[in-house]
Design a protein around this ligand. Structure first.
Ligand code: ASP
Length: 338
């Protein structure tokens, strides 16, 4: 019988209304099981591991990601697949982080959650949970169909490190603007094999060191020198520069000098676009040529979430600038198109 480990971290899926505060608060897994009697009808051997305490995903952090990675490593041989129940708010960050931490995955790690609690009549939780389990259980020629970290939400399966939460109210909460979906659930579960990672040739390996010492500088017309210097002169090791269009910034002298100073002091600066679709192309316009010359790195078409996770992963390894530059220029886990 197919064996799947459900790791329950929290999120709306298991929340209930607190009668005192009238706010949604996380509840234990029993709440979920009670509302999905269909789980017993699935022909899988399910085991549940609950986080303690259960988290609203706004409280997710690298410590929780390490815990998730450890659970998966410890139980890797015991299960055919893993389903992580997680709040949707930071699900794309967790999926991105896990994609870097879990190298050479040969089994599915499917994150899912819901926009309405499982106890609500119109809930989207049941479909998301049941199909996520089916995806985690799907095998072809004795190997997992989707050996990667992915997000299943509202009938679509996304590569985890390509996805973003783009809507806080629609059931269709996620998108993957720069990479095709991996599968779609209709009457049949259709997998798009050309876009799914291949089974790895090397053994499974887990990386636990993450360094979150990262600053973010989101540009807007009229941004002040004070606001820019506050980041470039801070003690962060890397800066994610959120730029216009295909990677463009103001060409004001004070701005380029501020970035150059940060690079001279050893900081890594990665340029990603504020546009959700498309890629950074340094040097395409004069307004990004100077960035390229001074050593700002291109984040190509990476999501903000994947850029943060990749930097945490690379900084955590204590890599030199040259090593980080080389890793930023190529895709490590299918997180960017280069
Ligand atoms: N605030 C919730 C969370 O991220 C929202 C959700 O689950 O959709 O935990």
């Amino acid at each position: 019988m197919t064996k799947i480990l459900i790791i329950y971290t929290g999120g709306t899926i298991g929340m209930v209304n607190d009668p005192l505060t009238k706010s949604l608060i996380p509840f234990d897994f029993g709440q979920i099981q009670q509302n999905v009697p269909e789980l017993a009808r699935l022909n899988y051997d399910l085991e549940v591991h609950s986080f303690d305490p259960i988290l609203d995903s706004s409280n997710m952090d690298p410590t929780a990601w390490v815990e998730l990675a450890r659970i998966i490593e410890n139980r890797y041989e015991d299960f055919d697949g893993f389903v992580i129940l997680h709040g949707s708010d930071t699900m794309a960050f967790t999926a991105s982080a896990l994609s870097f931490m879990l190298e050479n995955l040969s089994k599915p790690v499917v994150l899912t959650g819901s926009q309405l609690p499982i106890g609500e009549i119109r809930t989207d939780a049941k479909e998301n949970l049941i199909t996520a389990l089916e995806i985690a259980a799907t095998r072809k020629h004795h190997a997992a169909m989707v050996p990667e970290v992915c997000i299943y939400f509202d009938y679509r399966l996304f590569r985890g490190n390509r996805s973003i939460k783009y809507n806080s109210e629609k059931f269709e909460a996620f998108q993957s603007p720069n990479y095709p979906i991996l599968a779609e659930a209709g009457v049949y579960l259709s997998f798009f094999k050309n876009y799914i990672q291949h089974q790895p040739k090397e053994p499974f390996k887990v990386h636990y060191q993450l360094d979150p010492n990262i600053g973010v500088l989101k540009l807007y017309p009229g941004i002040s020198k004070n606001a820019v210097d506050a980041i470039t002169e801070s003690a962060v090791a890397a800066i994610v520069l959120e730029t216009f269009g295909s990677g463009n910034t103001t060409t004001a002298e004070w701005f380029t000098e501020s970035l150059q100073g940060a690079i001279n002091r050893g900081k890594i600066i990665v340029d990603i676009s504020q546009c959700q679709g498309g890629s950074v192309q340094l040097g395409k316009y004069e307004t990004s040529k100077r960035l390229e010359e001074m050593g700002v790195l291109s984040g190509y078409d990476m999501t903000f979430e994947a850029t943060i996770a990749k930097l945490m992963f690379l900084l955590g390894k204590g890599m030199s600038r040259e090593e980080i530059v080389s890793c930023m220029e190529r895709s490590l886990r299918g997180e960017m198109s280069v």
